[in-house]
Ligand binder design. Sequence first.
Ligand SMILES: [Zn+2]
Length: 81
Amino acid sequence: MVSYLFGIVAKKGIQVKGETLAQCFLCNKGPTFGHNVSHSKRRTNRVWLPNVHKAVIRWGGRPRRIYICTRCLRTQAKLPR
Ligand SMILES: [Zn+2]
């Protein structure tokens, strides 16, 4: 079932060359899976994507453009320069 849901992720253009773009570089937060539940309790598969943004952070002493989640973005902003 999870492989089927990864198909949904690919359809949304999140997965490129087997690499999940909707994943945080720092904490590895990625897509989570579950059900939409209608009023009649009919369940259909759905996927939640993390709120990731492209950001430039210092990695190994050099600036690097990566995708990180908003939680890690906030943590980065609070780190001493
Ligand atoms: Zn993160």
